[in-house]
Design a protein around this ligand. Structure first.
Ligand SMILES: [Zn+2]
Length: 114
């Protein structure tokens, strides 16, 4: 019986893990979609700037820039969820992805925790 319980426990933790992996994949594809939106907006802004240049007008488009800012905030939110699921954190210095329990960044050596 004890063996079966172990097997059950093991199976369950694998199921939880694969659920996390699916969730991370889902979040990452959402992030990619949002990044594509930003690329499109960059292109629109570029066109807009050029058209204004040709017309001899002001070149800043606040509306499109604000839209990008909003999407970036959403990406940050999604990325935070991904980190949480991976039990990871970001280096405050170089933004490398690190395990939550490390004290120093393995990439740049910066102190991660106080
Ligand atoms: Zn670092």
């Amino acid at each position: 019986m004890a063996f079966l319980d172990e097997v059950k426990k093991f199976g369950k933790s694998i199921a939880d893990k694969s659920k996390d992996v699916i969730e991370v994949t889902k979040l990452n594809s959402q992030i990619a979609t949002e990044k594509d939106k930003i690329k499109e907006l960059y292109q629109k802004i570029g066109e807009h700037v050029y058209n204004n240049y040709v017309a001899g007008e002001s070149t800043v488009n606040d509306e499109l820039c604000a839209e990008i800012k909003e999407i970036n905030a959403k990406i940050e939110e999604l990325s935070a969820k991904v980190l949480e699921l991976k039990n990871a954190t970001l280096c405050p210095n170089c933004n490398a992805e690190l395990a939550k329990d490390v004290t120093f960044c393995s990439k740049c050596g910066a102190k991660v925790k106080e």
